[in-house]
Unconditional design. Structure first.
Length: 455
């Protein structure tokens, strides 16, 4: 019955590419096979999954998500869901979403999912049989689609990254979602906070670039609607309280450095200030979650143990004394001033395809001594993404710099890629060959066999 969500068996012509999708499905299915073998095989996933999907799978594994989870019916239901949905910020733009997205998409056999900023499904729209099939796969009103709850999926990725995403078939971490292709985009409020997610879901037709473009356009239109409503509301307040706008706080840009073994540093008004580990963790997590974090959510990201709210309040209060009282908002905790991080700079280099710049920027792991779960996620995401980009670059300069650093020094696949990028007549070739032989002996495996999987 779940296959009904696909709306039959349309031609793959015009999709992301029939052959590419077929290869993607085959590799993703192979990757699922490695999940059942054990953690020693997880290094082989890098050659089978898109980097964004690989990072999400690794987070799902660390979070203890079971790929075979078939759902336990937990979720917000009935009157509780109705009250929550009616009072949610996204409710204000639903007439616009209905006009731009629901009527056309659902009329073609696809479904539209509207979720909140945490990945909670607020509503599912489509024909009754499609909605029923979607519920079987886990796309049910009230369900939690966050990555921590159900692993890799389009809504969960948008919540985690703040960026539009599409996930196809077996790229989903849960087996029960393998019949779905989802394309999702974020909706932000005028302050830049995530308030919701729009997703079109169905079969292979959803893998077409124009579907992702459609859902992104609808999300952008929803954001503009929220902005216009805020402008109108602001004008009303200004008329009533003109004194409120006389002395607006001057924005101040902060800088945060968390890469490498050195002490974390904060730059305030041109001055570098050393930070404690905990303060650096809080600032980084808030920089990564522009929508803000509740005390409970921040506690989960900071410690596997159950930190109480009083501990969180005390830590934030001490941090305020370091960075200033106007840097943070509360309920939820959020940054009120722009902050530039070296993590953000590294991601930007990777996004632009400048691997050489990314390797130069990578002075070491993110807060390497931190054991905060949220920081570990960021650290592992960057490491996996950067290493994958290095291996795929085939650039001798990039590989030379990478293998000279701590991350690549004993990385057999990187040395093999480096050898392939160097002329056989170069004096470097024999040196690289010697290093690979050393790694072969040390690891008890043939490093050249690892090149295939990038492990």
């Amino acid at each position: 019955m779940v296959s009904n969500i696909a709306g039959g068996s349309p031609s793959q012509h015009g999709a992301e590419s029939g052959s590419q999708l077929g290869a993607l499905e085959a590799y993703a299915a192979q990757a699922h096979g490695y999940l059942s073998v054990g953690p020693e095989q997880l290094g082989q996933l890098a050659g089978l999954l898109r980097p964004m999907v690989l990072e999400s799978w690794l987070r799902s594994l660390r979070g203890g998500v079971d790929p075979m989870d078939d759902g336990d019916g937990r979720g917000l239901r009935g009157a509780d869901l109705q009250r929550y949905r009616d009072n949610h910020a996204i409710a204000a733009v639903m007439p616009l979403v209905d006009k731009l997205l629901l009527r056309d998409a659902t009329g073609t056999g696809l479904i539209v999912v509207v979720a909140d900023q945490f990945g909670r499904v607020l509503s599912v729209h489509g024909t009754p049989d499609r909605v029923s099939a979607a519920a079987e796969a886990g796309l049910r009103e009230g369900n939690d689609l966050s990555e921590r709850r159900v692993g890799t999926n389009a809504v969960g990725l948008v919540v985690r990254t703040g960026r539009a995403a599409w996930i196809h078939g077996p790229e989903h971490f849960l087996h029960r979602m393998h019949q779905i292709t989802g394309a999702a985009a974020p909706v932000h409020d005028p302050d830049g906070r995530l308030v919701g997610v729009l997703m079109i879901a169905g079969g292979v037709r959803v893998a077409r670039p124009e579907i992702l473009a459609l859902v992104k356009a609808a999300a952008t239109a929803a954001e503009m609607d929220l902005l216009l409503a805020a402008v109108r509301s602001g004008r009303d307040r200004q008329v009533r309280h003109p004194a409120d706008a006389v002395h607006p706080p001057a924005p101040e840009r902060l800088g945060l450095e968390v890469l490498g073994l050195g002490q974390p540093q904060l730059t305030v008004a041109g001055e570098r200030v050393p930070l404690s580990q905990r303060h650096a963790e809080i600032l980084l997590l808030l920089a990564e979650h522009a929508e803000g974090l509740s005390a409970d959510h921040l506690a989960l990201l900071l410690d596997d143990a159950d930190l109480d709210n009083a501990t969180i309040r005390a830590a934030v209060s001490r941090l305020r004394s370091v960075v200033g009282s106007k840097v943070f908002g509360s309920r939820p905790y959020r940054l009120l001033v722009p902050i530039a991080t070296d993590v953000e700079a590294l991601r930007a280099a990777l996004d632009s395809g400048d691997v050489e710049a990314a390797v130069r920027l990578y002075s070491g792991p993110v807060l390497p001594r931190s054991t905060a779960p949220g920081v570990i996620d960021i650290r592992d995401e960057l490491r996996v993404r950067l290493r994958t980009a290095v291996l795929r670059s085939g650039d001798a300069t990039v590989l030379s710099r990478w293998t000279a650093g701590a991350e690549g020094r004993d990385d057999a696949a990187s040395w093999v890629a480096y050898r392939a990028a160097v002329d056989r007549d170069s004096p470097l070739y024999s040196q690289i060959e010697a290093k690979i032989r050393v790694l072969d002996r040390r690891m008890g495996a043939d490093a050249t066999q690892m090149q295939r999987f990038g492990s």
